[in-house]
Design a protein around this ligand. Structure first.
Ligand code: C2E
Ligand code: MG
Ligand code: MG
Ligand code: MG
Length: 288
């Protein structure tokens, strides 16, 4: 009785594994095909200046568009992109798409800036700065139009190396943001030595606001620390008016989340920016 249950259990486990392996293989094949077919799309989510309610940055977020039109988010494929090394080509596609889109938006909204996610593998690419500067030149964009986000957790995989690459980028005028801040166990002394402009406080802190006293105190402490280090804070994952109110009262600089807008296609983002009061500057209107 016990023996057959054991064998049954083993068989179940074995089948699960092979299903997972087959799934992974299919995913890898799909991603290779997607890179060849240029099937990655940049979607955009606004980052709002909490004091004025205007859009200052848009964050580019990678999407995989399937032949049937369905859309997949990075949680399903980013790790495999990294493992297969396909992240460098797909990342380059994101960079090209996002810079060309930003340049076209800036004809209407000249001060709009772009925030781009980089994995450490991208950050450590020897030719990253060349790629970035080539894009800027091609689209007549200043380096200050670009903010580069690296997650706190990934920075810690080799802090010395990360610091060198960030120094180089910062020296060329790119803004640097630490993404998912508060989840990566970085020490404050390390943080002080990094050339960083912004902290993006992870959504997990928002989830406790306003009910959980500890989350509230953590966010306030992060804001105080950031201010004393001359860093600006972006609160990620704001979903409710209550959360926004708490952040506004704590003088949080920037906010991002479903309360303002979900990530959307470039066409939809242009419509969003054109809503009254959303754009950062008065749009340029050619005279009739
Ligand atoms: P992230 O950079 O921290 O981006 C924020 C994620 O939270 C996005 O998920 C966004 O859609 C989601 N989000 C924003 N506001 C809210 C909210 O109010 N509620 C909830 N529940 N979620 C919200 P997404 O687009 O699935 O991206 C996941 C992660 O994938 C990103 O996290 C980023 O680390 C990574 N990623 C995205 N695009 C790229 C890329 O082009 N290159 C690299 N290397 N990584 C990327
Ligand atoms: Mg990000
Ligand atoms: Mg984040
Ligand atoms: Mg994240």
């Amino acid at each position: 009785e016990a023996k057959s249950a054991g064998r049954g259990h083993f068989r179940f486990y074995y089948t699960e594994l092979s299903v997972r392996n087959r799934h992974k293989l299919t995913l890898k094949n799909n991603l290779h095909r997607a890179v060849d077919a240029n099937a990655f799309d940049a979607w955009y989510q606004p980052i709002i200046d909490i004091r004025t309610g205007k859009v200052v940055y848009v964050e580019a977020l990678m999407r995989l568009i399937h032949p049937d039109g369905t859309v997949t988010t990075p949680g399903h494929f980013l790790q495999t992109l990294e493992e297969t090394g396909l992240i460098s080509r797909s990342g380059q596609m994101m960079l090209e798409q996002a810079c060309s889109t930003l340049a076209s938006w800036r004809t209407l909204f000249p001060e709009l800036r772009l925030s781009l996610n980089l994995s450490v593998n991208q950050l450590w690419q020897a030719d990253l700065i060349d790629q970035l500067e080539q894009m800027l030149a091609q689209h007549h964009l200043p380096a200050s139009a670009l903010m580069l986000e690296v997650t706190e957790g990934s920075m810690m995989t080799d802090i010395v190396k990360t610091e060198q690459f960030l120094e180089a980028l910062h020296g060329r005028g790119f803004e640097i943001a630490i993404d998912d801040f508060g989840t990566g166990y970085s020490s404050l002394s390390r943080l002080r030595s990094l050339p960083v402009n912004k902290l993006k406080v992870d959504k997990s802190f928002m989830d406790g606001i306003p009910r959980d006293r500890k989350s509230m105190e953590m966010v306030r402490a992060i804001l105080q620390m950031a201010t004393s280090l001359d860093l600006e804070v972006v609160a990620e994952g704001i979903e409710t008016e209550d959360q926004l109110q708490v952040l506004a009262e704590a003088d949080c600089h920037f906010g991002q989340g479903f309360l303002f807008a979900r990530p959307m296609s470039s066409e939809d983002l242009l419509t969003y920016l054109s809503l009254p009061g959303k754009e950062q500057t008065t749009p340029y209107r050619p005279m009739a």
